[in-house]
Design a protein around this ligand. Structure first.
Ligand code: SF4
Length: 221
């Protein structure tokens, strides 16, 4: 059975080739500086929510300098400050869910945080101002949760330190099933992203370059 998570679907949307490396060839991911920042902030928040010390070990990251470290500490502190001011007791965290979409596909997902009043929270650790709305991911969470319980969906984002709220109606129209269909049909997995963010954000940048994507990157970055 094929197991698909919101991360897998987002990877496919970001770049078909990246999806191929990660989920079909199962190439090991190299944690770059950008990913490392996100991982570190998430582990600090998780430790806090579990009542543990937030002094978590730094991940082993290549190319991480003092500026990165400073950014991570500030960002994590900002998110923790927001959480502390919410005064809503946590119901549970890091919940892993799965639900069959059909006989061949299972949708899986991990929720960052659930607050009382059926509020589902997802943290986004962003370094640059981009479109921070991600209704696709939340729409998939909606599929994973039982119907009829009035869930509300939030994204915490850094950079703006905003809490973006999504209501069920707002995300119901997002057609992630169409993306699942494309993955199943094995559309052009060679299709690559032609964007300047490859080097900074893709774990497979070096592999991709060796595989002949130089033409893309020489134009893009
Ligand atoms: S380096 Fe760029 S083109 Fe290559 S797999 Fe990653 S995102 Fe896709």
């Amino acid at each position: 059975m094929l197991r698909l998570s919101p991360t897998a679907i987002n990877s496919f949307l970001w770049c078909h080739k990246q999806y191929w490396y990660r989920y079909i060839e199962k190439q090991p991911m190299i944690t770059n500086a950008s990913m490392g920042r996100g991982l570190y902030v998430h582990s600090m928040i998780e430790a806090y929510l579990k009542g543990e010390s937030i002094d978590v070990p730094l991940p082993a990251i290549q190319q991480w300098d003092d500026k990165d470290y400073e950014w991570v500490m500030d960002t994590a502190q900002d998110i923790l400050d927001i959480i502390k001011t919410m005064y809503i007791p946590v119901k549970f965290t890091e919940l892993e869910l799965s639900r069959p979409l059909n006989r061949n596909i299972e949708i899986v997902g991990k929720i960052d945080l659930i607050l009382k009043n059926n509020i589902i929270v997802d943290f986004k650790v962003l370094e640059e101002m981009k479109d921070t709305r991600n209704p696709l991911q939340l729409s998939m969470y909606q599929f994973l949760f039982p119907e009829g319980q009035g869930w509300e969906y939030w994204h915490f984002t850094t950079q703006t330190y905003k809490v973006l709220s999504y209501l069920r109606e707002e995300i119901e129209s997002v057609d992630w099933r169409k993306v699942v269909d494309d993955i199943i049909k094995e559309v052009d997995f060679e299709k690559r992203k032609n964007k300047r963010w490859c080097k900074k954000y893709c774990s497979y940048y070096n592999l991709c370059i060796k595989g002949g994507a130089n033409d893309l990157h020489s134009k893009g970055s």
